[in-house]
Design a protein. Structure first.
Length: 220
């Protein structure tokens, strides 16, 4: 059961940033499990249950990151990550389809919906679906403007792929899509209400998620 993170969670991340080495981590392994890893995994599984309950048993694949960096990709950095993340991907969304995500680091946390590291054919399939009915897509994204603290991110193409209108173009002309919110560590993060709160926001994003999944599945 997820009971909330604690201020000790941030303290662990900060200390790890200064002592990103195996001896220090092994000496603080119990702290890592207690204040970060255990509540992190509990949150992922509780959010999964919340989502299935809200969407009639719809299935999601849960992917939980590990604290250990790939030894082949250290590039001069320490062996441990300075953040953790997990994703919930609707079953059948495809290898590069949309995922709901949560991420936590030393100073803040974030969550939202995204098309992460999509292939060029994936994004072209998304754009093709938008072009097929721009008015319907604009109606789909219109309610998202009322989601306080949420914003659209993603690297934009140097040369726009097209112009379909002021509301649509920011979605249409990006290499990947990330619609989410980033917050400082706050009372919600320390509360057992975090999973229901995220599920409530994800419920508002589910129509967009289903559109993305249907659009990008054809690119697999």
């Amino acid at each position: 059961m997820f009971k909330g993170f604690s201020k000790e969670t941030a303290d662990f991340f900060w200390e790890l940033g200064f002592h990103n080495e195996r001896p220090w981590f092994l000496a603080h392994k119990e702290q890592f499990e207690r204040v970060l890893n255990e509540p992190f995994k509990a949150l992922a599984h509780e959010l999964y249950d919340e989502m299935r309950g809200r969407f009639g048993g719809e299935e999601f694949t849960v992917h939980i990151s590990r604290i250990y960096r790939d030894a082949r990709r250290l590039f001069g950095r320490g062996p441990y990550k300075d953040h953790l993340w997990f994703t919930l991907t609707p079953v059948g969304a495809g290898d590069y389809g949309p995922s709901f995500w949560f991420e936590i680091g030393a100073a803040d946390y974030s969550y939202g919906l995204g098309l992460w590291a999509p292939t060029a054919p994936t994004m072209e399939a998304f754009r093709r679906a938008v072009r097929a009915n721009p008015a319907a897509f604009e109606r789909l994204i219109a309610p998202l403007g009322s989601m306080k603290g949420f914003a659209l991110h993603g690297e934009e193409y140097r040369r726009p792929k097209g112009e379909l209108g002021e509301a649509i173009d920011p979605w249409y002309n990006r290499k990947y899509l990330d619609f989410g919110t980033r917050r400082d560590h706050d009372a919600l993060l320390y509360s057992p209400d975090l999973a229901p709160a995220m599920a409530k926001d994800f419920e508002k994003l589910m129509p967009l998620c289903r559109f993305m999944a249907g659009a990008t599945r054809s690119a697999d």
